[in-house]
Design a protein around this ligand. Structure first.
Ligand code: VGL
Ligand code: ZN
Length: 198
């Protein structure tokens, strides 16, 4: 039985000094690399937005980062420009052992729609293809680590649990942003969805 480690968004822009730096984000790299050896499959995800993406505050006149805006698919936090396709900030952290990844999944490339989850875009309907990939490999158990615990890790974990995977989130190998009470909501939401938090 193959178990997959899914490493979420370990990119320069989510590390300290990046456009949307998560405190201590870079401190996880060595431990995540070491953890890869314990899994039969490793998937690495990359937030990958076109310039002018709808989730950027700069795309909406008068808006500023961390404002909340009503989108056709629901409320959306507006972010500083980050993980722009091809930019240095969008690159995976240089020390992350991406060579070990069986698959690198990019998400958030739809200009009008954000994608926190590695499984579905923020309309909760448009698939990224990861479910098909894992299914065809016969993978039913996944462990999630990375950034940010309260956004992309959280949405990925809840979607995975709803899709029927056995899901673990290793909180020690995650760090969060905590905007608008997102950390408490994420922890409660993951538990309610049946995610095992360790
Ligand atoms: C993320 C905010 C915006 C994440 C991505 O990786 O958690 N957060 N885009
Ligand atoms: Zn993003």
């Amino acid at each position: 039985m193959t178990e997959a480690l899914i490493v979420i968004d370990m990119q320069n822009d989510f590390c300290p000094g990046g456009a949307l730096g998560v405190p201590e984000g870079d401190s996880l790299v060595a431990a995540i690399n070491a953890r890869m050896a314990d899994f039969g499959a490793v998937v690495v995800t990359q937030d990958w937005h076109p310039a002018g993406h709808a989730s950027f505050a700069s795309s909406h006149p008068g808006a500023k980062p961390m404002d909340v805006m009503e989108m056709p698919y629901g409320p959306q936090i507006l972010w500083p420009d980050h993980c722009v396709q091809g930019s240095a900030g969008a690159r995976l952290h240089a020390d992350l052992n991406a060579d070990r990844a069986d698959m690198i999944l990019r998400k958030g490339y739809n200009p009008a729609l954000d994608s926190y989850s590695a499984f579905f875009e923020n309309d909760h309907r448009t698939p990224t293809g990861l479910h098909g990939y894992l299914q065809t490999r016969g993978i039913t158990e996944i462990t999630l680590v990375g950034l940010a615990l309260d956004f992309c890790v959280n949405f990925s974990a809840v979607d995975a649990a709803q899709l029927g995977y056995d899901v673990r989130v290793e909180a020690a190998l995650c760090r969060g942003i905590d905007a608008h009470g997102s950390m408490d909501a994420a922890l409660a939401g993951m538990r309610a969805a049946g995610v095992t938090l360790v």
